[in-house]
Design a protein around this ligand. Structure first.
Ligand SMILES: Cc1ncc(COP(=O)(O)O)c(C=O)c1O
Length: 358
């Protein structure tokens, strides 16, 4: 592919890179450049470019600011011990972004082109990819409706951009189980809604439940289905797995949950280990029964941020239920070690998931 034109930043505008070992946190530090391209109905995607990181200038009437036509993604670049930089199944993110875009009546991207654009941007910013264990370069592609108009309508103009930022290890103090609050009051998504799209409304929608869970001393919310408040859907902004007897169970992709790439990877890996994996509806009653009878061995969440996040405790109807004595279970640990090993180039990648950037 052709080299994307770059507008060079003035040397004095370049930011100071974090020191090795510095606490990076998540989503607080951004690199020096962005990739951007515009969309105009009738012309398609035009004007791809790499420019210095800067505030976006937008008409106050831009449709995204009023009616929320936006989709985004989140993935990471990992530095391997030999210095090379790799992405984990990046095509899946851009394919999912296109499915989200379709749901929001937004234009689809050329997956090969935007993946190559992301790689060119990362190559330019390669010195920002941290090498402290567990750290990575977070990649945030975003698409917004930029057309100025106040009528509720599908926009004719869009902006797509990719921003980058170094992020720290999710578990700087080591792997620790989370405390989960089962939400009966709020729901995350209903069938026919936006649940399976990665779009801003789902996250705005989840904030109040998360705030209330935090106030009660819990890390995340376990979402139940919108109709019966009976079936488990997701946990916080991650997918959920229950290990009951010899079956690893995760809710099916039936329209209300985000089809996580880590979820898909866990399913694939567990099946390759000859485990019984079921994508099926699982009710909280079934989870509670399995807890009672000692059959619930483990529960864990999966997502790009934490990879695997073991659930140590569930709070439901005012009672607390420890899972695996509140400790990290062996399956969660094994999956975490395997996936992290592949991502950081320490374990062989038998699935061909890693894509080299530099
Ligand atoms: C709502 C929601 N569910 C699940 C996930 C996990 O998806 P992935 O494994 O692709 O990061 C995410 C994170 O992107 C999310 O925001």
């Amino acid at each position: 592919m052709k080299k994307i034109p770059i507008t060079e930043a003035a040397p004095s505008a370049l930011k100071k890179k974090p020191e090795p070992g510095q606490q990076l946190g998540f989503g607080k530090i951004f690199t020096d450049y962005l990739f951007l391209q515009d969309y105009q109905k009738g012309k398609g995607w035009i004007n791809p470019r790499i420019e210095p990181y800067r505030p976006l200038s937008m008409d106050p009437a831009a449709l995204v600011l009023h009616y929320g036509q936006e989709v985004f993604e989140g993935l990471k670049a990992y530095r391997w011990p030999n210095g090379d930089i790799y992405l984990f199944r990046p095509r899946k993110n851009f394919e999912r972004m296109n499915r989200s875009a379709k749901r929001l009546c937004m234009p689809e991207l050329d997956v090969d082109f935007v993946l190559e654009a992301a790689e060119q941007l990362i190559r330019l910013e390669k010195d920002w990819v941290p090498s402290t264990p567990g750290s990575s370069l977070y990649i945030r592609p975003n698409m917004i409706a930029s057309e100025p108009a106040l009528g509720v309508q599908v926009a004719d103009q869009y902006l797509f951009y990719i921003m980058l930022g170094p992020v720290g290890a999710y578990y700087p103090q080591g792997f620790s189980p989370t405390q989960i609050y089962v939400s009966e009051k709020y729901i995350r998504a209903a069938r026919g809604g936006l649940g399976e799209a990665k779009t801003l409304a789902n996250y705005a929608h989840s904030l109040l439940a998360q705030e209330e869970a935090h106030e009660e001393g819990y890390n995340q919310v376990l979402w139940l289905d919108a109709i019966e408040r009976k079936y488990v859907e997701e946990v916080g902004t991650s997918n959920i797995f229950f290990y009951i007897g010899d079956e690893l169970i995760t809710p099916p992709l039936a329209g209300t949950i985000l089809p996580g790439i880590t979820r898909d990877s866990v399913i694939h890996i567990a099946r390759s280990w000859e485990m019984k994996v079921s994508e099926r509806a699982i009710s909280l009653d079934e989870v509670m029964k399995a807890l009672d009878t000692g059959k619930l061995k483990e529960a864990f969440a999966s997502g790009t941020a934490a990879v695997i996040s073991p659930v140590g405790k569930l709070s439901y109807k005012g009672k607390e239920y420890p899972i695996h004595q509140g400790k990290v279970g062996p399956l969660a640990q094994k999956l975490y070690d395997h996936i992290i090993g592949i991502q950081y180039g320490k374990t062989k990648d038998p699935y061909g998931w890693m894509e080299k950037v530099s």
